[in-house]
Design a protein around this ligand. Structure first.
Ligand SMILES: [Zn+2]
Ligand SMILES: [Zn+2]
Length: 172
């Protein structure tokens, strides 16, 4: 969805937009939206800058970092994006240093999709686990260790940990 800069003013313009999962891509091979993306925001235009601030509601389907099981992560974020208008002299560069969220915009419209995509990806936790104690996959045979244990794990346990156990038992 494009927001025409011409139509924005200092008082702000409220808007709402809902993307269906089919027409919204996160452009990320490990994550996709699993439910409608609801965006409620206000766009304000001042002299050299457009600010878009609001909330995003959706759910993202990704995979557990350890066992690769599909995982639905709810995303409910408040966001604020400041866009400097390219070609507007002065201020823009100073602001860019002061505010990490600042990006320059060229053209006569703002692409809301771009902002929403970035905000959703930022909102995802760095570590995605199906459960805090997920046992993951066996590195040798690929078995999901949450569902079963495998022989290769047994062997590793025998060799490595029995030596350690001996050491422990020897301590007074
Ligand atoms: Zn897992
Ligand atoms: Zn195994």
């Amino acid at each position: 969805m494009l927001i025409e800069i011409e139509r924005l003013n200092e008082r702000g313009t409220d808007f709402e937009h809902t993307y269906t999962p089919a027409d919204f891509s996160l452009e990320d091979e490990h994550a996709r939206v699993a439910s409608a993306v609801r965006v409620t925001a206000r766009a304000t235009r001042t002299r050299g800058e457009v600010r878009v601030a609001g909330t995003i509601d959706t759910a993202v389907e990704t995979a557990c970092d350890r066992c690769l099981a599909p995982l639905a992560v709810p995303v409910n974020v408040s966001f604020k994006a400041d866009l400097g208008l390219a070609g507007d002299a002065g201020g823009a560069n100073e602001l860019q240093d002061a505010d990490m969220d600042f990006s320059t915009y060229e053209g006569d419209a703002i692409d809301l999709d771009e902002i929403v995509r970035e905000q959703i990806l930022l909102a995802l936790p760095a570590r995605q686990l199906c459960a805090e104690d997920c046992k993951g996959l066996c590195p040798t045979c690929g078995a999901n260790l949450n569902e079963k244990s495998c022989d290769c794990e047994q062997r590793k346990t025998d060799v490595r940990w029995s030596a350690l156990e001996e050491l422990k038992n020897r301590e007074p």
